[in-house]
Write a protein that binds this ligand. Sequence first.
Ligand code: 0O2
Length: 243
Amino acid sequence: MDNTQKEVITLANLPVSTQQILGTAESIRMELMHYTCALREVKTKLVVLSDEFSAQRKRNPIEFITSRVKTPESIVNKLKRKGFPLSMESAVQNLYDIAGVRVICSFVDDIYSVANMLTSQDDVHVLMVKDYIKNPKPNGYRSLHLIISIPVFFSQGKREMYVEVQIRTIAMDFWASLEHDLKYKKEVPDVDRIQRELKKCADDIAATDQKMMRLRDEIDSMRRNEEIRVIRNFPGEREDYVI
Ligand code: 0O2
């Protein structure tokens, strides 16, 4: 069963209360389809940027990309939590993370390179930037969050769609997954100690991320010196190489 089939079945089983708030299963499916298309556009932009970056610098800044459209239940919960009117129109107007893309980078500086490359495109409008790397959350959470809007062209015309882009390293993502699981586990004994230890792990991970970047720079510099040495000693061998 593919994801589209799963989505149709899930929507068919929507609780009556969710349908009363957001509309019929069919209208919800149509509305969320627009967000799926917005995700496709943003993912394509990211893949293109990653391909170009890899060709220029001979390494890939993006390890992988995941994405999701919020479920109808999660949309309703967020509207309630934030005190917004309960309707699909209100969700479209007030919730900026119905479509979410998560970009996992190799190194911390890649996060900012990817963010700059994406947000400097003239059809990408930046609404909000939350830098939880420079300003981590008290629990230790680190990630760069962008709320952007991009135009998506449908048969009835162009629509500006909001997408939340979360960009972080593999290590930050590993930490966030574990911490996220803990939030949903109601009966955790000694939760204070676990939160303290998670905070300590988050700080260790941040220090390791910095160290990995320094090591990468050292390796790059050794590689460059070796290439210069080869060109000097064997000029004819590397005619194609430009320093
Ligand atoms: P999901 O299931 O990931 O979509 P909010 O937290 O939504 O009330 P805001 O300002 O919309 O407030 O969100 P913010 O701070 O930009 O964070 C939004 C998303 O970032 C969250 O989505 C999480 O995915 C992630 N996030 C933020 N803080 C933490 C954290 O402390 N730990 C972890 N693991 N993830 C975090 P949702 O909507 O919570 O859920």
